[in-house]
Write a protein that binds this ligand. Structure first.
Ligand code: ASP
Ligand code: MG
Length: 419
């Protein structure tokens, strides 16, 4: 039975990291593996900058692209002693594709051009990893995810056509003679054969798509942390690893904003009851975290989720009327037309409050429109904290000295908007 691995950008950020990935794969070489890899290091961000320069018609787009090229070639020079290795011409051709795109005026929308260009990051990383594995004797098949992950044409957040994807993946993989398959995270293709992407950090989801359609035995997401932690070490000291939590708990944590796993990853795995391991690529011998159907461990450790840069908006009607369903429906239509996601909401008779991620480009215009119809007040720079499996004592510590702008509690979850 298949195992699916996912290696993120940090695990392939330089030549030493690629060697480390090869070592991990080496120790599983008797198994059937599908290995999904993200773009190297911060390549996706770098491509995003290229695109924005391109849309500003700035020549600097080419300089920035040249930087990405140097970065990948430098890694290859360290990995491949033989300068004639086909990887060099392979990479070269991929960059020629990018240069062509930048030489013309943009032909499609920003989102369309985005997917055509940004998806190259995963092409590059997987070509390098696949070639390197070969060079150390690990035979493998490089599979273009665009040949098997079929999506609609909603560029930048494409929806997967599950039936077609399952058929294509099963067909391609059953034909493969190699027992190691290397493929890209993040990308797929539309039925017109254009590259699509599944949303930032979407490679976890790609790995789950492979696992689910192949009825894999298990999936492992290799990270630079020892597993799923109960809090982000950026904000909290004394974090602890969650040894075993249920799919449901993992979905809740991801929904509240825990950034360890892409939120869409869990559902396909839960549906097929495929266990998900989160392990450290720096310490592959350590146990990591396990996410499966077992919920016994869910409440063992309280988890903290921190979302900064929140805008709290309070909305009421201009004539002191109730905030009824019709008004709420109007407000939600506005949210969705601006692509704004509500992180938490609360209502009283005459006012309705929400916290959202403050994204200036979208929100300024949204606020103008909202103010035409409603009375609006807001706070910026707030933080949304969620404590899963809280105790009153933990909350008292957490909230000490803070101003609470909004508060919500259920039996297991406490959420606060604070400044
Ligand atoms: N490379 C893409 C990103 O940085 C996808 C991923 O890493 O999961 O968003
Ligand atoms: Mg990543």
């Amino acid at each position: 039975m298949m195992k699916v691995f996912k290696f993120g950008g940090a695990s392939v950020k330089d030549a030493a990291s690629v060697r480390n990935v090869a070592q991990i794969i080496q120790s599983f070489k008797e198994e059937h593996l599908v290995v999904v890899v993200s773009a190297m290091g911060k390549t996706t961000n770098a491509f995003e900058e290229v695109l924005s320069l391109f849309f500003n018609r700035s020549e600097k787009a080419f300089d920035k692209l040249e930087g990405i090229k140097q970065f990948h070639f430098q890694i290859c020079k360290e990995l491949f002693q033989n300068e004639d290795d086909p990887i060099f011409s392979d990479l070269h051709n991929t960059f020629v594709e990018a240069e062509w795109q930048l030489e013309d005026e943009p032909v499609g929308t920003y989102d369309f051009e985005y997917d055509q260009l940004i998806g190259l990051g995963e092409q590059l990383s997987t070509k390098i990893v696949a070639a390197y594995l070969k060079s150390v004797g690990l035979n493998n098949l490089w599979l273009d995810a665009r040949d098997v992950i079929r999506t609609d044409n909603t560029y930048r957040k494409a929806s997967v056509d599950w039936n077609e994807t399952e058929r294509l993946i099963q067909e391609r993989i059953s034909k493969a003679k190699e027992n190691i398959i290397i493929s890209q995270g993040f990308i797929g293709s539309s039925s017109e054969n254009f590259t699509t992407t599944l949303g930032r950090e979407g490679s976890d989801f790609s790995a789950a798509i492979f696992a689910s359609t192949l009825n894999a035995k298990e999936i492992t997401i290799w990270k630079d942390v020892e597993g799923m932690l109960n809090a982000d070490p950026k904000y909290y000291s004394n974090t602890v690893k969650l040894d075993n939590i249920s799919y449901k708990e993992a979905v809740e944590l991801a929904y509240f904003g825990a950034s360890v796993i892409h939120p869409k990853t869990i559902k396909p795995l839960q549906n097929k009851n495929i266990p998900l391991y989160v392990k450290s690529f720096l310490h592959p011998e350590k146990e990591g975290s396990l996410i499966d159907q077992n919920s016994d461990g869910d409440a063992n450790v309280p988890s903290y989720i921190h979302k900064e840069n929140q805008m709290l908006i309070s909305i009421s009607s201009k004539d002191y009327a109730f905030m009824d369903e019709v008004k709420l429906a109007r407000i939600f239509t506005l949210f969705s037309s601006y692509g704004l996601t509500v992180n938490i909401m609360q209502n009283s008779a005459i006012s309705f409050s929400v916290a959202l991620d403050y994204q200036k480009e979208k929100i300024d215009q949204f606020m103008l429109e909202l103010k035409e119809e409603f009375l609006v007040s807001y706070n910026l720079g707030a933080t949304l904290v969620t404590v899963q499996h809280f105790t009153e004592k933990l909350l008292a510590n957490l909230l000490d000295g803070k101003t609470i702008l909004m508060e919500q509690k259920t039996r297991s979850t406490a959420r606060f908007v604070i400044i």
